[in-house]
Design a protein around this ligand. Structure first.
Ligand code: G3P
Length: 229
């Protein structure tokens, strides 16, 4: 399972890209607005693209097929290998079908059930984004849903890639990987949290102290050795 960063923040993207652990970035209107409601979207998307160089999903805002396709053209004029992110509504499926016919990659977002994921696959989606956290928010079992989607994909040899999205805790990452999702798109905070462990901090502290002890001993011996010479 690959890791993507779910963010529109340049510092976060730069920092995580430097770690070499992410294979792409997903954005959405809420993440862009969180940065700055008056953000220049084209400029920010181009900045993100220059850092990640591909595998970047950019979402349309229209709710009708024609409007979505127009926005897709606009996004593709910013960078030609954009993945167009489209909401899981009937007008969105129709847009996905038309983009599929033109070989343009799409990421169908706001998927909450296996049947919605199946429909997106048949419309020609490149990626299907199953929202885990928002399912948990309404008392549903997101782990079960991601497991069902992955099992269906395996049995039917479906071709789209499954993205586990709306990731809120490191546990979601583990559940998505165990289920067999292709990608988990993770917010910065959760990704950094998933790297931490108190035993790492303790272990590093022990190594640092022991290294300092060795250095102190060496510096005691070094002057004696020099004197002998
Ligand atoms: O990838 C989708 C994500 O941005 C939504 O996350 O936490 O708003 O449900 P959340």
């Amino acid at each position: 399972m690959q890791l993507y960063l779910d963010s529109a923040n340049i510092n976060e993207i730069k920092q995580v890209a430097e770690l070499g652990i992410i294979s792409g970035v997903t954005t959405n209107p809420s993440l862009l607005a969180k940065e700055d409601p008056s953000i220049d979207v084209k400029k920010r998307i181009n900045e993100i693209y220059s850092i990640v160089g591909g595998h970047l999903s950019v979402e349309v805002n229209s709710l009708d097929t024609k409007g979505m396709l127009k926005e897709a053209d606009e996004i593709l004029s910013w960078f030609p290998d954009a993945t167009i992110k489209i909401p899981m509504i009937p007008a969105g499926l129709a847009a996905v079908k038309q983009l599929f016919d033109k070989d343009i990659p799409t990421n169908v977002t706001l998927i909450f059930s296996p049947t919605q994921a199946i429909a997106a696959e048949h419309a020609g989606a490149t990626y299907v984004s199953v929202f885990m956290g928002r399912l948990d928010d309404i008392g549903m079992d997101s782990n079960l849903v991601i497991q069902e989607v992955c099992a269906i994909w395996e049995k039917n040899l479906f071709e789209s890639e499954i993205i586990a999205a709306s990731i809120r805790t490191p546990i979601h990452i583990i559940q998505a990987a165990k289920a067999g999702a292709d990608i988990a798109t993770v917010p910065y905070k959760v990704l950094m949290q998933s790297l931490q462990h108190p035993l790492i901090d303790k272990g590093v502290e022990i190594f640092v102290n022991d290294f300092a002890k060795m250095q102190a001993e060496i510096s005691k011996i070094a002057p004696k050795v020099q004197k002998k010479k």
